[in-house]
Design a protein around this ligand. Structure first.
Ligand SMILES: Nc1nc2c(c(=O)[nH]1)N[C@H]1C(S)=C(S)[C@@H](COP(=O)(O)OP(=O)(O)OC[C@H]3O[C@@H](n4cnc5c(=O)[nH]c(N)nc54)[C@H](O)[C@@H]3O)O[C@H]1N2
Ligand SMILES: Nc1nc2c(c(=O)[nH]1)N[C@H]1C(S)=C(S)[C@@H](COP(=O)(O)OP(=O)(O)OC[C@H]3O[C@@H](n4cnc5c(=O)[nH]c(N)nc54)[C@H](O)[C@@H]3O)O[C@H]1N2
Ligand code: SF4
Ligand SMILES: [Mo]
Length: 685
């Protein structure tokens, strides 16, 4: 048995350093690297199931479709045959319809920089393919935070140790960012208090010391309400505001429109609870605000994130060690993007498709897309408006290539399937969007079957298309060196050679994430008022805008009667503890643990619909219908229903996943996804 080291490639903030036990070229155990200061030897149960994931459902050879589209019938072909066919079809499409008839589709299958966004971008830039705007995860919230601070930088999570108040806002950290929960638990032993703000009582809410259950999309109102109380009671840090912020006086006027009585009606919280939270937040130091992705998967997700992000500026929390906010720390990892992606290879301007609207792009775009190349993503499950996505994938005239590790719902719609390596079978460079270590991983086992890493496939296609640019010959190490070839890394003395020796290097983030007065906002200060926001389509002073005029079917906090709408409930479909988006949802042992998909419904809403615990129900709206078991629970407010995703389609009673219901509308800013602003009705079957 050999012990080797690797890095978790999944789209998860924790980016764990892994210890892998290998016997006869097979992984027998995956655990955490105890020498990594954040991983500390602990990993989630998903990744502990990797020995199973590597084998189960695995695609081992290139294949060509033999049956009807979507029939799942394929025959084995050679790599040469597959590459020739792809290049041949693309050459034909380019000459007949132009290069924009081809489009890539990818997201977070691997977070390794090399296999996520390097050779792929070079190839599609060189082709002149339709570009993809990769917005599905965090576009609205990232932009919202950046309106305030200019960059995606926040508190170093290790500083949680010093915090006395830790607020998990719209993040289910216990399940989606488990090492932050570990760090918070340690702080709690030192007297810190943990608060969760969410739309349902999830695991994080149960573990927290206090839980605020609010209505979906109402976070902006709550933030304004907190700002109102802090201003009214003179609890703001005036010196900090004067020195480091821009536009506060105008913002303050806006906040004064949100007294607790009004905010209670908007959020579903009582006046007293809002008062209590505001005072606790203003008076406890250091206070750490962990801002999640859940709250920004709404129509108003951008402005709500902007509003929440401003709270630590109000109290001056940024000046305390362990105080401030963290939305994403990707700003600590600038890379030489031009070298990685080679935008200079684009000869003529190309059109861009927002990945959230894949269904529309496949079914409605003019001139039409004629070939789709999918890698690092499973759009048949993860993209909203699923039925439209499937309609597009079912087009007989669409030439679809899917490069995958597993036989996913998307792979079934392919014309050509290519086998992909898992991260343990290839090398890559890893950054994190939460902690601050740069990592490198070499392969630890041989490749399964004929699997190839993404970059090798893009190089083969480039060669077959006759592209002679030298960048199509680069190896993983070449690309990693290019990525780090900027002054930022040189000044820190961080090179690939050093990284390969040390495996991970923690970046020193100093005492504070910002160089005050030199923020990359237009004013150089923290922006309570933003001219850039106005350019994005918002008002220049952030204000709350509800996702729906009335959410409550029974008006429990507002009074009033049921609204006149066919789809009165809001459906929230957060990720699953046992899966990573749709990855791992094909792993048998994890599926057994996750049991089955179900819908959480409040007793009042259930009673109105004569639904009892355990009944089969259908969730419906204008886009689709999902049949599922109901659990009647008081873990949500009336008017809200929750179903954790992202099971593969066949695991639902009617073969239709939760994204059959979600809208492909875009968020207020950033073109982000609005998965959780879904209006539905629920009926007993
Ligand atoms: N186990 C596991 N871990 C994961 C993932 C996974 O699939 N499984 N996915 C990874 C990825 S890609 C991401 S982006 C992150 C996502 O992880 P998080 O940042 O935790 O985001 P979500 O889990 O989408 O949503 C978090 C919580 O927000 C709540 N929520 C929904 N709407 C609102 C609202 O309007 N206001 C508030 N306050 N809360 C709301 C949801 O109920 C949910 O409990 O997790 C990563 N980690
Ligand atoms: N309803 C609802 N929908 C959601 C969400 C939600 O909370 N609710 N969350 C959204 C969010 S935040 C995100 S980030 C997206 C995530 O959406 P995706 O990025 O599509 O994530 P996964 O479902 O993990 O699918 C990744 C796929 O890439 C494959 N893969 C992994 N590594 C490699 C590789 O090296 N090469 C190749 N070729 N393939 C590889 C995996 O096998 C897997 O099938 O889903 C979104 N969809
Ligand atoms: S999925 Fe997240 S918690 Fe699990 S091993 Fe990977 S990085 Fe760590
Ligand atoms: Mo995500």
């Amino acid at each position: 048995m050999e012990v080797k080291y690797s890095v978790c490639p999944h789209d998860c903030p924790d980016t764990c350093a892994l210890k892998v036990e290998v016997e006869n070229g097979m992984i027998v155990k995956v655990g955490g690297d105890s020498s990594h200061p954040v991983t500390r030897g602990i990993i989630c149960e998903k990744v502990r199931a990797y020995p199973e994931r590597i084998c189960e459902n695995r695609i081992l050879y290139p294949m060509r479709r033999t049956g009807k589209k979507g029939s799942g019938k394929f025959e084995r072909i050679s790599w040469d045959g597959a590459i020739d066919e792809i290049a041949g079809r693309w050459r034909e499409l380019i000459s007949k319809y132009g290069s924009e008839s081809i489009m890539p589709y990818s997201y977070g299958g691997t977070e390794g920089i090399i296999n996520k966004s390097s050779m792929d971008r070079r190839l599609f830039n060189k082709i002149g393919a339709t570009a993809l705007d990769r917005t599905i995860c965090s576009a609205a919230g990232s932009l919202g935070y950046q309106l305030a601070y200019g960059a995606s930088k926040g508190v170093n999570p290790l500083d949680t140790a010093n915090s006395k108040l830790i607020i998990f806002w719209g993040i289910n950290a216990l399940e989606t960012n488990m090492h932050h929960a570990v760090l918070a638990d340690a702080a709690r032993k030192n007297g810190a208090k943990i608060i969760a703000i969410d739309v349902h009582r999830n695991k994080t809410a149960k573990w927290a010391d206090d839980f605020y259950m609010i209505l979906p999309g109402s976070d902006g109102a709550l933030a304004l309400g907190i700002a109102y109380i802090i201003s009214r009671d003179h609890l703001a840090d005036k010196a900090f505001l004067e020195k480091y912020s821009y536009g506060f006086d105008e913002f303050r006027k806006k906040a004064m429109e949100y007294p607790p009585e009004r905010v209670a009606g908007l959020t579903g919280l009582s006046k007293e609870r809002i008062e209590g939270m505001a005072k606790l937040y203003a008076e406890t130091k250091p206070s750490f605000l962990r801002i999640g992705n859940g709250l920004q998967h709404h129509k108003n997700g951008g402005v709500n994130t902007w509003l929440i992000s401003l709270l630590p500026a109000l109290t001056g929390a940024w000046l305390d060690k362990g105080g401030g906010a963290l939305k994403s720390n990707s700003g600590y990892f600038p890379l030489n993007e031009d070298a990685l992606k080679r935008p200079d290879l684009i000869k003529n301007p190309v059109r861009t498709v927002n990945m959230v609207q894949l269904g529309k792009a496949l079914c409605e775009l003019e001139p039409p897309l004629r070939s789709l190349y999918v890698y690092n993503s499973n759009p048949a499950v993860v993209a909203p408006n699923q039925n439209l996505v499937i309609k597009g994938l079912a087009r007989e005239d669409l030439f679809t290539v899917v490069h995958e590790q597993a036989m996913t719902d998307t792979a079934k719609w392919a014309d050509i399937i290519l086998p992909a390596t898992v991260s343990f079978e290839h090398a890559d460079l890893y950054v994190s969007y939460w902690h601050t270590s740069l990592q490198w991983a070499d392969p630890v086992i041989p490749r399964a079957g004929e699997a190839k890493p993404n970059i090798d496939v893009f190089k083969l296609i480039a060669r077959s298309l006759g592209y002679a640019d030298e960048c199509f010959l680069d190896t993983e190490e070449d690309i990693a060196r290019q990525a780090l070839d900027i002054p930022y890394w040189k000044e820190k003395g961080i090179t690939l050679d050093r990284l390969k020796k040390e495996r991970f290097i923690m970046i020193n983030t100093g005492d504070c994430p910002f160089e005050w007065r030199k923020l990359s906002t237009p004013s150089g200060q923290i922006e309570f008022k933003s001219e850039k926001a106005a350019l994005c389509g918002l008002l220049n002073i952030p204000d709350y805008k509800p996702i729906k005029e009335r959410i409550l079917s029974h008006g429990n906090v507002n009074g009033g009667s049921r609204p006149e709408t066919d789809f009165p409930l809001i459906l929230v479909t957060p990720p699953n503890h046992y899966f990573l988006n749709s990855s791992f949802a094909g792993v048998s042992s994890l599926k057994v643990k996750a049991h089955e998909p179900f819908l959480e419904i409040n007793p009042k809403d259930a009673e109105d619909r004569e639904i009892s615990d355990g009944d089969s129900v259908k969730i419906e709206n204008e886009r689709g219908c999902v049949s599922i078991k109901a659990k009647v629970l008081d873990s949500i407010l009336p008017g809200v229903v929750v179903s954790a995703g992202l099971w593969w389609k066949d695991d639902y009673i009617n073969g239709s996943g939760v994204n059959a219901l979600t809208p492909d509308d875009l968020s207020d800013i950033g073109g982000g996804a609005t998965f959780f602003s879904t209006s539905v009705e629920v009926k007993k079957i």
